[in-house]
Design a protein around this ligand. Structure first.
Ligand code: SF4
Length: 318
C-alpha cells in the first residue's frame, strides 16, 4: 500500500494501524493468543463491588480454546495450533491475558502465571488486560523489569472518560484512577493500551467526540474501540429491556461516520488496534451487524477515503 504523501501523515493507511506498528516493530505479523489465567475481578468479588460492570459477561468474549480449567501452557499450545491452522502464517505469538483482571493477585502469583506463558518459545511477549485500580507500584516495577527482557503491554479498561458514566455502568473506579495508572505505567516505560466503549448510556454525540481530546491528553500508546452492545443476561441488558430509548443503537454506517469524526480529533501518535467489535451473535440481545471485522474495517477505510479524512486531521496538540 502506498504512503499517503499529500497529507502530513507518515503512515501507510489513513489511521495509525496496529498491524503496521507490529510489522515495523517485529518485522512480521504477530498473533495474540487469548488466555484465561483464572484471575477474578474486584468488581465481582466484593472488594470494589458486586455484580460487575453492568455490560460485562466475560464468556461472550472468550474464544473456545480458552478455559481456566486448562493450564496456561495448554491454552497457549492449543491457541498456537488453532491460529496456525487458520492463518498458516504466524510464527510469533503474544500471550494475551484477557479474561477478568489479570493483575489482581499477589505478585508471586502474577510472576508464576506470566512466566508459564513465556515458557513457550513462540511467545515473544505478553499483553495484560486489567482495571486501572488493579495496579500498584510493586506490580508496575515488576512489569517494568520484565519489559527490559520481553515485550509487555498493559491494557487498561478505560471504557469512558466521564465519572458520571462510570458510576452508571458500575465500574467501581473513576477517571482520575485511569489517568494515574497510565501516568505511572508510562513513567516506567511500560507500553499502555486502553479499551473504550463508544455509546455508553447518557453520553451524547458531543461527549463521545470530546473523549477523543481527553484520550489524546491521556497519551496511551494504543487504543481499542467497541460500540456499545447489549450482552444477554447482563444488568445493562435487563435495564435496556425496561427502557430501550435510553441506549444508543448504532447502525453500522452511522457508527463508522461517528468513528471517523472521532479519529479526526484523536492524536495521530496513538495506535488504533480496533475500531469496532461484535460479540458472538448468540450473546447479542439486539440485532447484530453480522459482518466480519475485516469487512467492517474495509468499509471504514473506504469511507475515510471518500471523505478525504485521516486520524488527527483536526487534532490540535496542546
Ligand atoms: S468488565 Fe472487567 S472489570 Fe468489569 S466486571 Fe467484567 S471483568 Fe470485572
Amino acid at each position: 500500500m502506498n504512503q499517503i504523501s499529500e497529507y502530513p501523515w507518515k503512515h501507510e493507511r489513513r489511521f495509525n494501524a496496529f498491524s503496521e506498528y507490529i510489522r515495523n516493530r517485529f518485522g512480521s505479523r504477530v498473533q495474540k493468543l487469548t488466555i484465561d489465567a483464572g484471575f477474578t475481578c474486584p468488581n465481582r468479588d466484593g472488594t470494589k463491588g458486586r455484580g460487575g460492570c453492568s455490560y460485562c459477561d466475560n464468556n461472550a468474549f472468550n474464544p473456545s480454546y480458552c478455559e481456566p480449567q486448562k493450564s496456561i501452557a495448554i491454552q497457549i499450545a492449543q491457541g498456537i495450533e488453532f491460529h496456525e491452522k487458520r492463518y498458516n502464517k504466524s510464527t510469533s505469538f503474544m500471550a494475551y491475558f484477557q479474561a477478568f483482571s489479570n493483575t489482581y493477585a499477589e505478585l508471586s502469583v502474577l510472576k508464576e502465571r506470566y512466566s508459564e506463558a513465556l515458557e513457550n518459545e513462540s511467545v515473544i511477549g505478553i499483553v495484560i488486560g486489567t482495571r486501572p485500580d488493579c495496579v500498584d507500584s510493586e506490580i508496575l516495577d515488576y512489569l517494568a523489569e520484565l519489559n527490559e527482557k520481553i515485550y509487555v503491554t498493559l491494557e487498561f479498561g478505560i471504557e469512558s472518560c466521564y465519572d458520571e458514566t462510570l458510576v452508571k455502568i458500575n465500574r467501581g473506579h473513576d477517571y482520575k484512577t485511569t489517568r494515574l495508572a497510565f501516568e505511572e505505567s508510562r513513567k516506567r516505560g511500560i507500553r499502555t493500551g486502553g479499551h473504550m466503549i463508544i455509546g455508553l448510556p447518557g453520553e451524547t454525540r458531543e461527549m463521545i467526540l470530546n473523549e477523543a481530546e481527553i484520550l489524546s491528553e491521556l497519551k496511551p500508546d494504543q487504543l481499542k474501540f467497541h460500540q456499545l452492545q447489549m450482552v444477554k443476561g447482563t444488568q445493562m441488558a435487563k435495564d435496556y429491556l425496561k427502557n430501550p430509548g435510553f441506549y444508543h443503537e448504532f447502525k453500522l454506517t452511522v457508527y463508522l461516520e461517528l468513528m471517523i469524526e472521532f479519529i479526526e480529533r484523536l492524536s495521530p501518535e496513538i495506535v488504533i488496534e480496533r475500531i469496532a467489535g461484535e460479540t458472538v451473535k448468540q450473546y447479542n440481545l439486539r440485532e447484530s451487524w453480522g459482518m466480519r471485522y475485516d469487512i467492517i474495517l474495509n468499509k471504514f477505510e473506504k469511507m475515510l477515503e471518500q471523505k478525504n479524512s485521516w486520524q488527527g486531521k483536526f487534532y490540535k496538540a496542546v
